[in-house]
Design a protein around this ligand. Structure first.
Ligand code: SAM
Ligand code: SF4
Length: 266
């Protein structure tokens, strides 16, 4: 489907949980978050139904995100269910990578072939400071396992203050080059203040070509990362929510005071 600015909307990003095993300083408060009650989180059956109807509306590209998607119980089953939907040409997942050593093989076997792993630094102390609780070697082991089982491409999401010339970003770039990973540099954003940046090496951040809708873990379809607008699939029905989200997708976002990265999925 095309929106009113002639953008073809064909990319659905699905947040499967607002929970996370890290506490990145730019994403979550140290004490954690007020979590969506389990009873409100979309079931796998609901996610599959929403995705199927989205495909009928012309969606082809699906990305699973969170919170941390690998902490959602049964995530491998969900990937298998989504992979069975005819018409999805590109199924991907964004993860912090800390559980990837354990999950890479089962995810690959379930049909996932593309993965984005967040990695802001190669310095273990800095990694700990950024994520508050994370251990860098877990991510590096997870990446090595993802490569071993055959994921392709493996992209690295690196959050930067301004651009990829910063020392940590340069290290990530060299590490990616040496290992056959593809780095993308994401300027640190603030949804609440409308501080917004264009992703270097990726597609995000260019409003004139934005082809995305986002689904929150509790079933709100959001047409724009930087807008409070959202349509509840349970209240409106799936097709109506999709149609309204596309129809009302803004030309450009301004601020989002309703969501944070951990519940809209980045
Ligand atoms: N937990 C997973 C992860 O970290 O990859 C998936 C969800 S996370 C919200 C998705 C992406 O958003 C990550 O690459 C993360 O670095 C990015 N992100 C989170 N907060 C951000 C912020 N304030 N500015 C820019 N990117 C941010
Ligand atoms: Fe968790 Fe990802 Fe947010 Fe970090 S960026 S706190 S890993 S959801």
């Amino acid at each position: 489907m095309f929106d009113q600015f002639n953008r073809r909307i064909n990319y659905l990003r699905i947040s499967v949980t607002d929970r996370c095993n890290l506490r990145c300083t730019y994403c979550m408060p140290e004490e954690g978050i007020v979590q969506i009650p389990h009873s409100q989180i979309l079931t796998f059956e609901e996610i599959v139904e929403i995705t199927t109807i989205a495909v009928q509306h012309g969606f082809e590209k699906v990305r699973i995100t969170g919170g941390e998607p690998l902490v959602r119980k049964g995530i491998v089953d969900l990937i298998r269910m989504l992979n069975a939907i005819e018409g999805i040409t590109d199924l991907g997942l964004t993860t912090n990578g800390t559980l990837l050593k354990q999950f890479a093989q089962p995810l690959y076997d379930a049909g996932l072939k593309r993965i984005n792993v967040s990695l802001d630094t190669l310095n273990p102390q800095k990694y700990k400071a950024i994520t508050r609780v994370g251990v860098l070697s877990d991510v590096l082991d997870g990446l090595a396992e993802a490569k071993r089982v055959g994921f392709n491409p493996i992209k690295l999401n690196c959050v930067v203050e301004k651009n990829s010339n910063e020392p940590d970003a340069r290290d990530v770039k060299a590490f990616a080059q040496a290992n056959g990973y593809f780095p993308r540099f994401i300027p640190k954003m603030n949804l609440d203040e409308g501080i917004f940046g264009v992703v270097e090496g990726g597609e995000g951040g260019n409003c004139s070509t934005c082809n995305r809708l986002r689904l929150t873990a509790d079933g709100i379809l959001k047409p724009c990362l930087f807008s409070d607008i959202g349509y509840n699939v349970r209240e409106l029905g799936i097709a109506k929510a999709i149609e309204m989200a596309i129809k009302n997708k803004p030309a450009c976002g301004i601020v989002n005071r309703t969501n944070e990265f951990y519940n809209i999925g980045g």
